[in-house]
Design a protein around this ligand. Sequence first.
Ligand SMILES: Cc1ncc(COP(=O)(O)O)c(C=O)c1O
Length: 481
Amino acid sequence: MERNSNQPLYLRIAERMEAMIDAGSLRAGDRIPSIRHSSVQHQVSIPTVMQAYSVLESRRLIEARPKSGFYVRPRLSKTLRQPVASKRKPSVASLAAFASVLSVIQDVNDPSLVPLGAAVPGDELLPMKKLGQLTSALIRKTKGICLRYDPVPGCLLMRKELSKRSLDWGCGFDAGDFVITLGASEALHLALLAVTRPGDTVLVESPTYYGTLNLLAQLKLKVIAVPASSGDGLDMNAVKEALNTHTVAAMLVIPNFSNPIGSLMPLANRRELLELAEKHGIPIIEDDIYGDLPHEGPRPHCLKSLDQEGRVILCGSFSKTLAPGFRVGYIVAGKFQQRVMELKNAFNLGGPPLPGLTIAEFLRTGGYERHLRRLCHTYRHQVCKMRETVAEAFPEGTKLSNPSGGFVLWLELPRSTDVLAVFREARATGISFAPGPLFSPNGSFKNCMRLSCGSPWTPRIESALGSLAGIVRTLQSTQLT
Ligand SMILES: Cc1ncc(COP(=O)(O)O)c(C=O)c1O
């Protein structure tokens, strides 16, 4: 065991074992080495191992069995079922009901509350120091360039770096295929404006990211929300039926680790979606903002990688991986690129050069890969912890997503739960989360919530989850009496 780290030795031993449990190398029911054995193995004192084991016990990862030793505890989260796609037939909605819950967005994002609401990475997880150094060096080196306009399509260095990265997405784009945007939000905005007119209907996943619903509402678009499950995402039969029975102007999907349900669309469904788009002659807007965040293994390819006709408009950003406040995003709009550039030019003449240059430099010098490896590992750990705690604390019958990437969890609570009442109560005790109706155009998911696992796992977060579960239980029992 390395001795020159700032972390106490007992904690490092505990975390190494925890990582083995998380990775499945140590499984429920396995006996872990005795205290004496571990002390020899790690060359540390017996009290140090005892302290490490007591941390693991308090994290409910191991348990002592009298006269027998320490064992890995069963993972309760494994027994929870995942939410499934609703069976309800989708219909076209005007987003009026969605507008009525919009007011809670501020509380979801309120930084003074325990951060289970906004899907943002905790500050501690971002390479703040390195980005700061790069920013000051760039201001010095590039003299006035950072103060000038950066005309559309935006920062060439950034587009060259994106072009290299796109090989990992299964795409191989040129720098000229990209337009740099103000986050994925602007990319989605430009994509929607390029392919729809007010009054048109857009097909989305149900549930889907509330920012998208907000955007559709502001653009006076209608929506048809097609049921999606936390495993495979969109129910393809329901997509087919929706396209056969309604006039749809575009589909907007999140195939890689969707927000809020964390689904990963299987390859066969991606192919089918493209065939359907072709058959009905409609474009697909792909939101790939979580694609860089698999919990293990290689990054999933983009839907766009299967697109032969320039029908898919790809949108993404560095908000979930590097710096949400830099507002650096991108769009690959295929045959709609010229229109997207005209729109972007009309709106803001381009973006600020400094954030794009800084991220491009971070990517160019290889920092991003290392950072991503660490970040994906951390998100996986945080998601694991949150699932385990939810499984222990929330009422029986709770269903919970099990995402293989990203950092949000979707909970379906027992049917009688009024999640907006839970939200108000939680808000009053200083806890935020995102209530289910925010993810629906017509106020569905009244018994669902999204929890963000973006912040490092701390006793404060653990205890907030316990309080949240307490609120759910209390409100349930008062509703039943
Ligand atoms: C699915 C999805 N798309 C888009 C966005 C907006 O991202 P950006 O900060 O890049 O505008 C978010 C942010 O939460 C998101 O979750």
